[in-house]
Design a protein around this ligand. Structure first.
Ligand SMILES: Cc1cc2nc3c(=O)[nH]c(=O)nc-3n(C[C@H](O)[C@H](O)[C@H](O)COP(=O)(O)OP(=O)(O)OC[C@H]3O[C@@H](n4cnc5c(N)ncnc54)[C@H](O)[C@@H]3O)c2cc1C
Ligand code: FES
Length: 370
């Protein structure tokens, strides 16, 4: 009796929306083993609260690992239709510092710091009656969030969900996707396995996604809104395939999990920087010193610190490169900057001397703790 009253209170309290500006702490409540190298971590606010986000969006987390704070982005694999908890679904990356730490250390009761939700890769921004979701490996997470959302909303959406995995035992969320396909006649799930697994039978499609396979799975794919997420070579192959068939790429949307991929904004900035470098008289150059790596570089006043550091061969953490995700957040020890962020840093962090390297240009010499 007491416990059910307690649960009712929890639900009532949870009517408050979680605001990552005001509170950045989330608590791990459950861990699920999805495949041999993929786990899902379920998180809630420390005091009950609801999350509001669009399916396909991600959060940026700050993890304390061996005395160092490391930032990474993870898609919300849960659906906003079940707003009391979010989840992240993480694949181990061989020797990857964060994914392995999460698998080995994040357990119920442990808190993590999070910022978000953020990102524009969402079906809500591109309403359509027929979708084609193409995913590879852990790139399934944003598409799973979208599929779960439409399923819960009982929206009459016609969705074809194609997932490419290495072997049958690598298919993430297989049972749930098969169940959704059984329950909804307008939802089709097609896994494709690259290689056979001698320990697990699979009678579905094999190899890498080809145009012939796509025509077989979704003969009307040319008139669908297409969302793609997976490893960069997979996404490049899909892009090429669609372009070659004359697909109208306005209806193609993709998300990359790869830190090194340059965004259009970053490319434009790089070109701008190159022009500036060719006309050195037109720009001023400042000295930027990184204390931890003991590097010192020259940064033109019209180039971001991150871009200049990349050109100097430094590997600094970054993701969105647009001041959104907070991955490149660093402590500024001295100097002045011009920063144009898009929510990836809080005012109180700026007041405490933090900056985002990807969207800050120097206005004096700088010393940065990195
Ligand atoms: C928008 C977005 C959504 C994502 N969603 C998911 C998801 O749903 N599931 C999932 O499994 N992955 C997701 N990722 C990838 C995830 O953020 C991590 O890159 C991945 O888990 C591997 O991290 P890692 O540290 O283990 O491995 P690494 O491959 O070593 O790290 C990835 C990158 O981080 C940098 N890096 C490496 N070491 C360090 C270090 N010590 N300090 C700082 N930076 C370092 C490097 O630039 C490297 O390329 C997403 C990425 C983005 C950008
Ligand atoms: S890389 Fe995302 S805020 Fe800088």
């Amino acid at each position: 009796m007491t416990s059910s009253l307690g649960d009712a209170n929890r639900l009532e309290l949870a009517a408050t929306l979680w605001d990552s500006e005001a509170d950045d702490t989330l608590v791990c409540r459950a861990v699920r083993q999805e495949t041999h190298d993929v786990k899902t971590f379920v998180l809630t606010p420390a005091t009950p609260g609801r999350f509001a986000y669009q399916p396909g969006q991600f959060m940026t987390y700050a993890f304390e690992i061996d005395g160092e704070t490391i930032h990474r982005c993870y898609t919300i694999s849960a659906a906003p239709t079940r707003p009391n908890a979010i989840s992240l679904t993480v694949k181990r990356v061989p020797n990857g510092p964060v994914s392995n730490w999460l698998h080995d250390n994040l357990k119920p009761g442990i808190s993590v710091k999070a910022l978000g939700p953020m990102g524009s890769f969402t079906c809500f921004a591109h309403p359509a009656s027929r979708y084609l979701f193409l995913s590879g490996g852990s790139g399934i997470t944003p598409l799973m969030s979208m599929a779960r959302t439409y399923h819960d909303l009982a929206e009459p959406k016609d969705i074809v969900f194609v997932h490419s995995a290495r072997t049958v035992t690598d298919i993430i969320f297989r049972e749930e996707l098969e169940l959704m396909a059984r329950l909804s006649p307008s939802f089709k799930f097609v896994p494709i396995c690259e290689a056979a697994n001698p320990l697990a039978a699979f009678s579905g499609l094999t190899g890498r996604l080809s145009l012939d396979q796509l025509k077989l799975i979704a003969p009307d794919f040319m008139s669908r809104e297409i969302f793609v997420c997976g490893p960069p070579p997979y996404m490049a192959a899909v892009r090429k395939m669609l372009e070659e068939t004359g697909f109208d790429m306005k209806h193609h949307h993709e998300e990359s999990f790869n830190f090194e991929t340059l965004s259009a904004a970053e490319q434009a900035e790089a070109i701008e920087g190159e022009i500036a470098l060719d006309a050195p008289d037109a720009v001023r150059t400042f000295k930027v010193e990184f204390t931890k790596t003991r590097r010192s570089i020259d940064v033109p006043d019209n180039m971001t610190v991150l871009e200049a550091a990349k050109r100097a061969g430094m590997r600094l953490p970054s993701s969105c490169t647009q001041g959104l995700c907070g991955t490149c957040k660093s402590k500024k020890i001295s100097g002045t900057i011009e920063m144009h962020h898009q929510g990836g840093i809080r005012q109180r962090e700026i007041d405490a001397g933090m900056m985002l390297l990807c969207c800050s240009k120097p206005t004096s010499d700088l010393v940065i703790e990195r």
